[in-house]
Design a protein. Structure first.
Length: 280
């Protein structure tokens, strides 16, 4: 027997080329290579077979990256054997995968993340997915009175009546607390938002410190402006027979847009705020 490799007297049924023998078991080969074998499996064997390109994918289980040229979604058999069930987070109502169904029976694995697990009170995290006539005024109130701290908490300082109105609109369970050192009428409210809701506010133009807040591009501008002026910083008064509203904002960009939409009698800068006198 000649030394390997060598051409045998067997011909490939697809391309007609002689089959190359590189080892002993190659005598059982029926095709010259993988391309001809794949063409033989097609309805039309004359159609040329093209290898799929290699791509980098992330394992849907452990998120580890791997290279493949198939529809493979797991990086290994170990990840593929893990069984999952779908559960609903009681805090944000989002569906997530649970690795072990026994964890749910034992009272564990109920939350989709540590953030939802630590949240003491429930809140509708999908409230601002779509801006309409029912929530545009609430969005305006956030633009006027809301501040976001380093813990992703939305903080408000206002009267008990306005904070109660705001809580009822968004189905909030967080407590409204008094501030006796500031005044009897002033209360504060801290709401822990998820990152998804915070990012949604940023997309609409909200700035954490309100210095660079812009007017959102929404359809319901009238309802938004009503909520924007419904706060403790807005006061109604009469001047020369006209009903006016005095209010203040930090953002110059927001003030410029209000001047284009409303009848502004007076505009001045004082103490880090823009003071506006708006015709009611």
């Amino acid at each position: 027997m000649p030394e390997y490799p060598f051409y045998s007297d067997m011909k490939c049924p697809i391309c007609g080329e002689f089959i190359i023998i590189t080892r002993e078991r190659d005598w059982k080969k029926k095709f010259c290579g993988l391309p001809c074998y794949m063409r033989s499996r097609k309805d039309d064997p004359t159609q040329e077979w093209v290898r799929r390109p290699y791509v980098i994918k992330s394992c849907i289980e452990c998120k580890k990256q791997f290279v493949t040229d198939t529809d493979q979604v797991f990086c290994s058999k170990r990840c593929a054997k893990i069984k999952h069930i779908m559960a609903e987070c009681p805090t944000c109502k989002k569906e997530f995968r649970v690795k072990n169904s026994h964890d749910l029976k034992r009272g564990r694995g109920k939350y989709c993340s540590d953030e939802c697990k630590k949240r003491k009170y429930n809140l509708n995290q999908e409230y601002f997915n779509e801006i309409n006539s029912e929530n545009a005024d609430v969005l305006g109130y956030i633009w006027a009175m809301g501040l976001i701290n380093s813990k992703n908490e939305l903080v408000f300082y206002d009267t008990i009546e306005k904070l109660t109105w705001f809580s009822e609109k968004i189905n909030n369970e967080y407590l409204i607390r008094p501030m006796p050192r500031v005044g009897k009428d002033i209360h504060f409210l801290k709401i822990r938002f998820c990152n998804r809701l915070i990012n949604r506010l940023h997309e609409l133009g909200f700035d954490d410190g309100q210095l660079n807040t812009v007017f959102p591009e929404i359809v319901n501008k009238e309802e938004f402006i009503k909520g924007l002026l419904f706060n403790n910083n807005s006061k109604k008064f009469k001047l020369n027979g006209f009903n006016l509203i005095e209010t203040r904002f930090k953002s110059e960009k927001l003030v410029n847009e209000l001047c284009n939409l409303l009848t502004v009698i007076k505009r001045e800068r004082f103490g880090g705020y823009w003071i506006l006198h708006i015709k009611a």
